[in-house]
Design a binder for this molecule. Structure first.
Ligand SMILES: NC(=O)c1ccc[n+]([C@@H]2O[C@H](COP(=O)([O-])OP(=O)(O)OC[C@H]3O[C@@H](n4cnc5c(N)ncnc54)[C@H](O)[C@@H]3O)[C@@H](O)[C@H]2O)c1
Length: 381
């Protein structure tokens, strides 16, 4: 068994996702466990090269984690042949330019979602990567959440019979920033900076729906800006020009209807920040980030509508918890390991730029549906 090290250029590591999920919980965690194991037993460690706009912030992170390489010069990092992979977790609006540069430099590319702000640009990235012959992948972390893995297990095991519908509820209250600091970056609420909950969340819903239930054939969505002004990181009031809630209906191949509410303006009265209820002829399930509860047709109560009587049934008690049956690792880390194997030994990696582009396409069509007030068919890209 041999151990080798490859360089990974990481752009946007001062951000929420870049730092916590990708640098600390994925790349550094992989090295701590001894690297990524390849099919022949060899191991690969990752040498992060931190890239960003602020040398000071990069130096802080580098010192905190004893990382020798950091620079504000993306071109220099890309020019180094030892750096095989370029990873991008910058703000969405900065992604396309940097990724195109990295493709041109012959790097294999792994990027946060959405891969671009428009379907046309997202598709252009996929085409550029294919033309250059570089591997490409997009973060689709929700597929690796324990709750959704359990849901997938139920689908694969035939639990549902014929699936009829999916109802997703995502969201939480994001503070306006005046009397309590906002817990999301202000660019999320400015359309001109790549913000908006549709562009943020519809790419997630797309790969979840496509992978678990079938191709998304049409979308009807209403995107709104409920909170018109917010206060930014500097304490300055700004106009919220992007949608902060979206109410969507998606029709899937095979006739499954999915309804998903996405909102940064909702107070949580659920067990988890996202939950999907799936109803099928033989059973139903409610899956969250970690947990999944089921009710089989044989254990389904028979409620009778009578508003004159108080409700005595405790409906939630009639559901059963799906056991873990396995250890769940961090989803971002699992996907990093899969991408490294994809780059080094051509292992399958279905979460490519083409699938990322389909996610951006759904966001774009969702926004168009909202603007035009109509249901829109999703053409095959
Ligand atoms: N997979 C997920 O679950 C998930 C969750 C949240 C965000 N994201 C995606 O990750 C990306 C980063 O989101 P985040 O929440 O970490 O954002 P963030 O604001 O916390 O971080 C953004 C990063 O981009 C850098 N940056 C580069 N150019 C910039 C510019 N012109 N203006 C401002 N910052 C610039 C910042 O310095 C910072 O490192 C986004 O594309 C977002 O859609 C993914």
């Amino acid at each position: 068994m041999s151990v080798r090290t490859i360089g990974v250029v990481m752009n946007g590591v001062t951000g929420r996702m870049g730092y916590r999920q990708h640098l600390v919980r994925s790349v550094l965690a992989i090295n701590e466990q001894g690297g990524v194991t390849l099919s022949d037993g060899d191991r690969v460690k990752l040498r992060p090269v931190l890239v960003g706009r602020s040398a000071g912030k990069l130096a802080d992170i580098a010192a905190r984690h004893a990382i020798p390489d950091f620079t504000t010069d993306l071109d220099a990092a890309l020019a180094d042949d030892d750096n095989l992979i370029y990873f991008d977790a910058q703000v969405t609006s900065a992604r396309v330019k940097a990724v195109l540069k990295a493709i041109e430099a012959g790097k294999h590319i792994y990027a946060e979602k959405p891969t671009a702000e428009s379907a046309q640009e997202a598709l252009a990235l996929a085409e550029a990567a294919t033309a250059k012959g570089v591997k490409n992948g997009v973060v689709q972390d929700k597929l690796f959440l324990p709750g959704l893995l359990k849901l997938k297990r139920l689908i694969d095991g035939g639990f549902f019979g014929r699936i009829l519908s999916v109802r997703g509820e995502f969201g939480y209250w994001v503070f306006e920033g005046d009397w309590q600091e906002a817990q999301r970056p202000s660019w999320n609420y400015r359309g001109e900076d790549g913000g908006g909950i549709v562009l943020d969340m519809f790419p997630h819903w797309h790969y979840v729906l496509e992978n678990l239930f079938g191709r998304v054939e049409s979308v009807y969505a209403r995107a709104v800006t409920h909170i018109p002004s917010r206060v930014d990181e500097q304490g300055v009031t700004y106009q919220a020009t992007a949608d902060d809630a979206a109410y969507g209906v998606f029709e899937l191949e095979g006739g499954v209807i999915a309804q998903i509410n996405s909102s940064w303006t909702v107070r949580v009265n659920r067990d988890e920040l996202v939950e999907f209820q799936v109803d099928g002829t033989h059973g139903s399930a409610v899956a969250g980030l970690r947990n999944c509860r089921v009710q089989h047709r044989s254990a389904t109560p028979k409620p009778v509508w009578n508003p004159d009587l108080p409700v005595t049934a405790r409906f939630r008690d009639d559901w059963q918890e799906v056991p873990d049956n396995m250890e769940f690792d961090n989803g971002f880390k699992i996907q990093w390991e899969a991408f490294v194997r994809h780059v080094l030994e051509d292992a399958p990696f279905p979460n490519d730029f083409a699938s990322g582009a389909r996610g951006v396409q759904l966001a774009e069509l969702g926004l168009r549906s909202s603007a035009e007030g109509r249901r829109i068919e999703v053409p095959q890209l």
